[in-house]
Ligand binder design. Sequence first.
Ligand code: CMP
Length: 145
Amino acid sequence: KKEKTLGMIKPDAVSKMGSILDLIYASGMKITKLKMCHLNRNEAFEFYQEHQGKPFLDNLLSYITSGPVIAFELMGEGTVGRWRELLGPTDSAVARKENPTSIRARFGKDKTMNACHGSDGVATAARELEFFFPSVGPSRKNTAK
Ligand code: CMP
């Protein structure tokens, strides 16, 4: 089934974006939207709302706001699962053992600095895409006469 998902290159891996985008193109997935932005703490908290109360949330927020990120929309057959497969396990150290060619194995450091994010399901993808690429609002108004 054709799906959309949200991918994000995290601050530690922004300098590797060329290699990461090459891997995405080689996989056959299509990048249909993309932007770089630097999240503030409130925005990061909204993005990671499902991790409220987790012991690692504070570290995660500090890390994700430490520099710019690159967010993108991917489209294609089974893209939610295919992007997560390309990412590999959350912990980059585990990824290096279990899936050495994955993005987190190649470009991540540990559990927190793991190079990239991917939505964990179709519903999460819709919310996360709306967060980075809102479908309504002033920036979407057509002011042409
Ligand atoms: P991500 O795919 O962006 O989703 C949530 C993030 O929280 C995850 O990648 C990691 O960066 C971070 N994370 C998840 N579990 C842990 C953990 N046990 N310790 C530290 N960070 C974690």
